[in-house]
Design a protein around this ligand. Structure first.
Ligand code: ABU
Length: 545
């Protein structure tokens, strides 16, 4: 034992031979019943005995520096082991347990909170177990979510961000991050196609929040009195969006006009006639939400046609490019977002297609100053006007949140590491994987595509058809049975843990799989594996008659 690295209170209890005399509560985790030298797992072992060291022995404790370093070294070992496993195809994507099993405490991994402090060895084991029973969203065979992958530089950025532990509301506490945000937003606005003089924005918690910002801005732009007089001073406002989109807010739902779609896309003629109908009914249309990359189909609305309608009726055009925004990085694919430069605001989530660690989502606003005018509350305890620096950098007063997490550093670091070209190849590769899957599905008699046309984004939607259904004629009975297939296969897949894919019903379509690619670690061999896995799990499933 390296006594030099332990606090004196611990050395007192230490005896030669590497053991520490102290009572430590022994719940740990049964999967790491510790051999004499504490082991975390076979790829990552705890080299120091932490069983009688407590958080009080770490910094800021006097002479806590070395112990803190040792603790972090062990933690880094755990994290590195997890990162390496995440990329290993022989590792499971997940080790699934039902909620009651996790709650009851698996192999000594207890979620309950103690009254007495637990030792650092227990904490390290808890950290390891937290990752063990989680889902490896960076695994090349994780196809379940729009946000996936584990970007090593992005992860480094996130670690640094947590270490800095500061708030984006003022320049005085986040000087570097605030400027990084400005640079990133400028770059993204330039990529969207706005001019030098245009553009504002903030990073905020997720796409729905970004969309909500856009609604508040549009409302304020047309009716600034809303800020002082409230909604009751306004006419009945109507916003338009298509059926596969969620602008989530109870308050807007009553004035939401849901448009039908064709293959996931908004139909411009229907938008125009709905605007006229709403006006005829005495309502005031003010906002259209177009989508670049819907969640399930990955469909792109025809932005130019929608922009024409918005212009002729004087409506705010918002483009929700949370998912599709990443394609702007690709010279090959950005054509699908043609017209986005005509939007008044844009949602773009780099934590999706660009692979930035969660969360990283921006609302971009064309009209400079509007965010501030709309949201500013002038809290004097933060946004004093007599500060000695340029207070336009106190971005908290542009937001509805005030306090904000630093979401920009990881993206800034990734951009430095890859350059715009690196993002371009990443995006292209994801779409190549989608095309590979699409081509394979077309050739197989045991699968059926939801759409026969090539996917626009990296979403590929399909059914697995078990042997008993292959010769059944289309109709309600076949649909009823087919509806049960995807959930049954997914349940088996999660129990086995070697891959993960999502499914859903949508409109008149019964449960189908949606495979999405945003993970640069995924190769065509993983796509082939997924199909074989689904076919083998689905071949013998039992469907009720
Ligand atoms: N913003 C919703 C994303 C859902 C998904 O990852 O499938």
């Amino acid at each position: 034992m390296d006594y030099l690295h332990l606090p004196e209170s611990i050395i007192e209890h230490a005896k030669p031979g590497g053991q520490v005399l102290a009572e430590s509560k022994q719940h740990r985790s049964s999967s790491d019943i510790n051999p004499p030298q504490t082991a975390i797992d076979n790829t990552c072992s705890i080299t120091k005995d932490f069983s009688c060291i407590y958080s009080k022995d770490l910094l800021p404790a006097l002479s806590g520096e070395d112990t803190t370093k040792s603790f972090f070294q062990e933690l880094v070992n755990i994290l590195l082991s997890y990162v390496c496993k995440s990329f290993r195809r022989s590792s499971k994507v997940l080790d699934f347990h039902h909620p009651h099993q996790l709650r009851e405490g698996l192999e000594g991994f207890s979620l309950e909170l103690p009254d007495q402090p637990e030792n650092l060895e227990q904490l390290l084991v808890d950290c390891r177990d937290t990752l063990k029973y989680g889902v490896k969203t960076g695994h090349p065979r994780f196809f379940n979510q729009l946000s996936s992958g584990l970007d090593v530089i992005g992860l480094a950025g996130e670690w640094l961000t947590s270490t800095a532990n500061t708030n984006m509301f003022t320049y005085e506490v986040s000087p570097v991050f605030i400027l990084m945000e400005e640079i990133l937003l400028k770059k993204m606005q330039e990529i969207v196609g706005w001019s030098e003089e245009e553009g504002d924005g903030v990073f905020c918690p997720g796409g729905t929040m970004s969309n909500l910002y856009s609604v508040l801005l549009a409302r304020y732009h047309f009716f600034p009195e809303v800020k002082t007089k409230g909604m009751t001073a306004l006419p009945r406002l109507i916003l338009f969006t298509s059926a596969h989109v969620r602008i989530t807010s109870i308050h807007v739902r009553s004035c939401l006009f849901i448009l039908s779609i064709n293959m996931g896309k908004m139909i411009p003629a229907e938008l125009e006639s709905s605007i006229i109908t709403a006006k005829d009914q005495g309502c005031v249309p003010f906002y259209v939400n177009a989508t670049a990359g819907t969640t399930v189909y990955g469909a792109f609305d025809p932005l130019n046609a929608i922009a024409d309608i918005c212009e002729s009726h004087g409506l705010w055009l918002h483009v929700d490019a949370a998912w599709g925004g990443g394609l702007l990085m690709s010279n090959l694919h950005r054509v699908k977002l043609q017209g986005i430069e005509r939007a008044w605001s844009v949602t773009w989530n780099p934590h999706k297609m660009m692979g930035a660690p969660l969360q990283c989502s921006a609302i971009l606003v064309k009209k400079r100053g509007l965010l501030k005018d709309c949201n500013q509350m002038c809290a004097e305890y933060l946004f004093q006007t007599d500060k000695h620096y340029d207070t336009s950098y106190d971005t908290g007063d542009k937001t509805i949140q005030c306090g904000r997490h630093v979401d920009v550093f990881k993206l800034w670091l990734m951009w430095k590491a890859k350059g715009s070209e690196g993002f371009e190849s990443q995006v292209n590769k994801c779409l190549e994987n989608a095309e590979h899957l699409f081509d394979k599905l077309k050739q197989r008699p045991d699968f059926e595509l939801v759409f026969k046309s090539k996917p626009e984004h990296s979403n590929v939607c399909f059914w697995y058809i078990p042997p008993g259904l292959r010769n059944m004629s289309p109709g309600p009975e076949r649909n009823r049975r087919l509806h049960e297939v995807a959930p049954k296969i997914k349940a088996k897949m999660m129990e086995q843990g070697m891959a993960m894919i999502g499914y859903q019903p949508l409109g008149d379509k019964v449960n189908f799989f949606r495979c999405v690619f945003s993970n640069p670690a995924t190769q065509t061999e993983d796509v082939d594996y997924l199909l074989e896995e689904i076919a083998s799990l689905g071949h013998d499933i039992c469907i009720r008659d």
